[in-house]
Each structure stands twice: as C-alpha cells, then as structure tokens.
Design a protein around this ligand. Structure first.
Ligand SMILES: [Zn+2]
Length: 491
C-alpha cells in the first residue's frame, strides 16, 4: 500500500522552500525522478539520504520520520524571521554592487544558496559576521573565520562576513558596476591588469569556490581576532542575538588528563561564548558558566558556541587589508621576502617548498595558494604530488586543497552523470578526510572515475591523501600574511 503522508509532508516542505523536485534532488544527491517517487508514495529515501533531506528541508530527522512539523519550536520561529531579514539585506547589497539585473551566474548562485540556507542557523552566523566586520573595521581591528566555510558562500560575502569572494575569476568596475568573467584563470588576482570601457581600472576578484563546497556553520564557530578584539565580539554578540537568545561566557576547566588541544603560547587567549535560547536561559542564569571539560562536552550540542582566539601580538586591521590591492608587485615582494626567510616550510612535517620558488616570476596568487594547501595538508605534497610535479604535471593540476577535488571531478563526472552535486560532494569529503587512504577506494567509485576519464595518476593521488585544507582558510591566511609582510617591511 502506498504511504501518502510521508510524500505529502516532503512536498509541502519542498514547496515552502520554493524548490523544484530537481533542485531538492540536487541538494541531497538524487535525481528528480527519485524525489517524485517519494512524493507520490512509490518509494522512500535511503537511510543515508534521510539526514541530508531533513537538513535541506529545515526539519529534524524525528519530524521527517513522524511527518509532524513542530511549529511551536521557539528557536525555529525566530530563525525564520531573521532568515528573511538577512536575505533581504544580502539582496539589497547585490543590487547596489551589480545593478538591478546582476549576471545570470550570480543570480543563480544566490538562489541556490538561498534555498540551501533557508531556515538554517548558518545564515544567522553569516549575518553576525557581517555586523562584526563593520564594528571591527570602525575600531581598527581584525578577525578571521577559522573552521567555518563562509568563503564558499556568495551570500556571506555580500553580507560582509568574509573577504573571500567565491565567484569565478572576474573583473569588476567600481565606477559603472560592469562585471566580466575571465575563463581559464583560477583566481582573479592572476589575470592581467585591464581597464573598463568607461576608462576606470578594473578591480580583480573571485577565487572560484563552487557552491557545492558550502557546509553548514552552526553549533561550533571559531574565529581568530587581533589584539583587544574580544570585547568588541562580546558586545556585538549581545546586540545581534538579543531577540534570538542570550549570550553566556564559558569558563571551562581543563584537567591535565583532558585530551584536548589548548591554543599554544601565552599570546593567544581562547574565550568561549555560548548562545543560549531564551527558554534555556532559566537553566543557565549566571553570566559566566564554569564547567569541567567533561561536562561541557556533554552539553555543548545543545547551544551554539563561538570560540574567540585573541592574539595579543596581532595588530593588523581590516583597514590595512583594504589599503593594499594585492598587486603583482606586492605579491612578488611577499614571495621574495618569504623565500629569504624560508617561510614556505611546514613547522611540524618538515615539508619544505621554498625550492619551488627558484623562478619566482612563474608564481602567481593561485600558485601560492597551492603551496599553502600543500603545507597544510597531509600526504598531499609529501609522498604524493612531489613525484607528480617532478614528472612534469603542472602545479595547477595537482590536488592541494578540497576545492581542487570538487571542481575537477564535477566537470569530469557531469559529462556522464546527471546532477552530480551530491555525489561529488561526498567523494571530496572522503578524500579530504583520508577515507580512501585508510579504508581503500570503493570499487564502484573507482569504476565511475575511470569511466569519466579521470586519469590514473589523479585517482592514485586521491587515494594517498590523508587530509586536505579548505581553500577559504588558505585564502584568508595568505591575504593576511601578504598584508603583514608588506606592512612589516614598509612596502
Ligand atoms: Zn566601468
């Protein structure tokens, strides 16, 4: 007998989110036919899809399985109200920057992200980081998002929550708002200088991070801030989340036996703030909550936590970052100085990539990003790409970060496989976590890759990787380091 209640529930939630069956399928990694079958009661999603489906539809797994929507959920009600406000703000900015008719590529990306973020806490944090950016800029301070993947989102960029523009490489005219995409260039900064038809020098941007690299940012956020910025963060948290919940400070007692990483050195102070919903405030009425680490571990999934790592020695500001334009000359200066200092060397693993800069003129911003990726990965360069590079495979074709795997495989698999977003996302996740290294690559994945003409050397390289860093973080760190080096040397 057909079970219509499940199908009806899914189609109601899908329509509420303004999604077609095709779009929902894309987001959870199945075809539109599969979605149609669920909705008319002919089949049910596989267990591994249920969790993803719940996330995309903005409900809990319980709600999905019981087909009952808990509309009294306080947190969600607040989220929906804020959701609309934040999206409107991002839309306004999009029009300010690119006019009433932004290029199709941007409009599509905006829509896809909007669907992915609907009702998600992620959007709330994007809005918050945008507010924080404004406050920090005013105060001459700086922060960067660490483990969250904000730089994969155009909406986060429009809100000011990240300075990594995820669009493909492009020229942008600050005077007449014209935008021109640059094919076959990995980062906008690598493109030659050019003038707009209005006579204005084009601004170069875009780091080419596909929308399929977006992760939800919730529960646990981590930021790195400059000297004296924690206080600004605290004030901003209290202002921004006033209606949504209450901010509490966490004092966690780490015992010597606790197996936990505490930031090294006296210069960095880590402070944890918890965002507690109004209802839970009764449970945690005191402003500073002191807890043993073991107890904290048990409760930390119940509220969102922002960890602020304040570096007392860090004096850089957003204003400094905006002042430098990352010109070819500045990047060259950064490379020359860093090679002299042997800076392209990994402190722990001993991987030394200074030798790659024998001819620094061949190195551009995306080349530097690849070097940063190799220095932050495990078995990405060492015992892997180093041999491929020796054999003559160009730097830009090697796997140095997660997004490399995604972009490359997406285009390969797209030719044979309808709607590969979900599948490619999963392969990329398996590579970056080293799953193929530890457990081997499943035969069906290897077969698919071969059928899609992914070369053997690439497949072998995927199997050797134990860990890959995200491109957003690499970009943020590289931008900061270039800025610091130039300031320190008075360039
Ligand atoms: Zn112009």
């Amino acid at each position: 007998m057909r079970d219509y209640s499940f199908g009806n529930f899914i189609s109601t939630l899908r329509e509420r989110g303004g999604m077609s069956q095709y779009q929902l399928g894309t987001l959870v990694g199945v075809s539109d036919k599969a979605v149609s079958k669920w909705e008319n009661g002919a089949s049910k999603p596989r267990t591994d899809v249920i969790k993803k489906l719940a996330k995309v539809l903005g409900v809990s797994v319980d709600e999905l399985l019981t087909c009952e929507y808990d509309s009294s959920n306080y947190v969600r009600k607040e989220l929906f109200a804020l959701n609309n406000k934040i999206i409107k703000q991002a839309e306004k900015r999009l029009k300010e920057l690119y006019g009433d008719k932004p290029p199709v590529i941007m409009a599509n990306r905006f829509k896809t992200e909007q669907i992915m973020l609907d009702g998600q806490e992620t959007l709330l944090w994007m809005g918050f980081m945008g507010e924080l950016y404004g406050k920090c800029r005013e105060a001459g301070a700086y922060f960067e998002v660490r483990n969250a993947q904000m730089g994969a989102s155009l909406i986060a960029w429009l809100l000011g929550g990240t300075n990594v523009n995820p669009l493909p490489a492009h020229y942008y005219c600050p005077a007449c708002h014209k935008i021109q995409f640059i094919p076959n260039v990995k980062c906008g900064l690598d493109a030659p200088n050019k003038k707009c038809i209005c006579g204005m020098e084009y601004y170069k941007d875009g780091f080419g991070i596909d929308v399929g690299n977006m992760y939800p940012i919730e529960r646990s956020n981590d930021i790195y801030v400059s000297n004296n910025t924690t206080k600004i963060v605290e004030e901003c948290l209290n202002d921004y989340f006033l209606k949504y919940g209450r901010i509490r400070k966490f004092n966690i007692i780490y015992t010597p036996i606790t197996d936990v990483e505490i930031p090294e050195g006296d210069d960095i102070i880590g402070t944890k703030f918890a965002l507690i919903s109004q209802e839970m405030s009764k449970e945690f009425p005191e402003y500073i909550i002191t807890m043993q680490y073991e107890d904290f571990r048990k409760v930390r999934d119940e509220f969102s936590i922002l960890t602020v790592n304040e570096n007392k020695q860090e004096y850089i500001s957003f204003f400094d970052m905006e002042k430098i334009g990352y010109t070819d000359k500045q990047i060259r200066s950064y490379i020359n100085y860093s090679v002299k200092e042997c800076a392209f060397r990994h402190y722990y693993s001993g991987v030394d990539l200074n030798k790659l800069f024998k001819n620094p003129d061949n190195m551009n911003f995306s080349g530097l990003l690849a070097v940063y990726g190799f220095l932050h990965g495990t078995n990405a360069w060492e015992n892997n790409s180093e041999f491929l590079y020796e054999k003559g495979i160009p730097m830009n074709d090697l796997i140095s970060c997660r997004e490399d795997v995604y972009s490359y495989l997406y285009h390969k698999i797209e030719t044979k496989y309808n709607n590969p977003l979900g599948l490619v996302f999963e392969i990329k996740e398996d590579v970056r976590k080293g799953k193929y290294f530890y457990n081997g690559m499943p035969a069906e994945i290897e077969k698919l890759l071969s059928e899609c003409e992914v070369p053997d050397w690439y497949i072998e390289s995927m199997k050797k990787i134990r860990y890959l860093f995200p491109k957003t973080n690499l970009t943020v760190q590289l931008k900061r380091n270039v800025c610091k080096t130039l300031m320190k040397n008075g360039y």
